[in-house]
Design a protein around this ligand. Structure first.
Ligand code: AMP
Ligand code: MG
Length: 329
């Protein structure tokens, strides 16, 4: 199958036509690129799992274009949940509700809850709206690979497997959505993202956070899988001294090492190879996956500086710790 990469109105129209014909299409969102199909068509949902090589017990997120599109998909909608929706949608967050019967079990991996997201990126919403159905979509990478934040990343993993990639440029946020379970008394974060616990607590009073390090059994089925990993080994360095020491040890072994650092630390690298992730937290978040994808192509060992626990960087570190299998030097 030939995989086209197209942008603009023509791409949205072609994408919507393909969805109506039961095909799957990669599309941009503000978090990462998604691989979408008709969420109400179980056969189409199977194509998504097949194209990614994704285990069938890892549920998909259902993407919508308008807030009222939530109602047919859920069996319950409380006042509190309405507040969360109004405050954070559209945006980089997925909300879990008790599912209605029209959502196929394959979308939710047999769970009684459905994850719903309304992207902020206008191209994404136009594509969903033109398709005329809710769009089930995981990230558009091959299973276990780093999530794509450009059309080119999607092409690397999905070439020949899907008919179309809608190109919307670089994803602005750069990591996957916050996943918030709204089915319990206290909303619970299952996956941290750009909408932080503090932002949520402001609206709902209290939220239970989920410690993201390395998880073996977790409430979100997807969490037990190794995710977001580059194809070469990666470790986290707790500070710049450790990073330089580890760099030199691995280089002396003959490995081609790459450091991922913040702009402020560039001077300390003194001739060693590095990628500057950025000078502020949102730049770092936007660039982290690109740095891993580019890095794995040109080196055989990646060392990422500990980015700290403040706000957005806490969510970025959740991904970095997964990518490194929790190994800190
Ligand atoms: P991806 O978009 O590739 O990051 O995959 C979607 C992720 O959303 C899954 O791995 C789950 O962690 C989460 N998710 C989606 N739907 C549900 C659900 N109903 N219950 C728990 N987690 C979910
Ligand atoms: Mg994913």
């Amino acid at each position: 199958m030939e995989t086209l990469i197209k942008s603009g109105e023509q791409a949205i129209k072609l994408g919507a036509d393909l969805i109506k014909a039961g095909e799957i299409v990669a599309f941009p969102t503000e978090t990462v690129y998604g691989l979408g199909g008709n969420a109400l068509d179980a056969a189409c949902v199977q194509k998504i799992y097949a194209a990614k090589g994704r285990p069938a017990d890892n549920p998909l997120i259902v993407h919508i274009a308008k807030i009222e599109d939530i109602y047919p998909l859920v069996s319950e909608f409380s006042e509190r949940n309405k507040r969360v929706v109004e405050q954070f949608m559209p945006g980089p967050i997925t909300l879990l509700f008790p599912k209605s019967d029209i959502v196929p079990d394959s979308v939710t991996a047999g769970l009684k809850t459905v994850g719903i997201r309304m992207p902020k990126l206008e191209i994404a919403r136009e594509f969903i709206e033109s398709s005329g159905v809710p769009i089930a979509a995981p990230s558009a990478n091959a299973s276990t690979r780093v999530s794509p934040t450009t059309a080119k990343h999607v092409y690397e993993d999905m070439k020949g497997r899907i008919p179309l990639i809608i190109d919307g440029g670089d994803s602005e946020v750069g990591i996957e959505s916050t996943v918030l379970d709204l089915t319990g008394e206290i909303p619970t974060i299952l996956r941290p993202g750009a909408i932080t616990a503090e932002m949520l607590a402001d609206v709902v009073g209290s939220v239970r956070t989920h410690k993201g390090e390395v998880i073996s059994s977790a409430p979100a089925p997807g969490m037990k899988y190794k995710h977001y990993a580059p194809t070469c080994p990666m470790v986290v360095a707790k500070d710049m001294d450790s990073l330089i020491a580890e760099y030199d040890i691995q280089s002396q072994k003959g490995l081609n090492v790459l450091a991922l650092i913040r702009g402020q630390a560039v001077q300390a690298m003194a001739g060693r190879k590095y990628v500057n992730l950025g000078n502020n937290d949102s730049e770092v978040c936007r660039n982290i996956y690109k740095a891993m994808r580019d890095g794995e192509k040109v080196c055989d060992y990646i060392i990422c500086i500990d980015l700290g626990e403040n706000g957005l960087c806490k969510s970025v570190m959740n991904r970095v710790m997964k990518a490194s299998g929790g190994k800190v030097v």
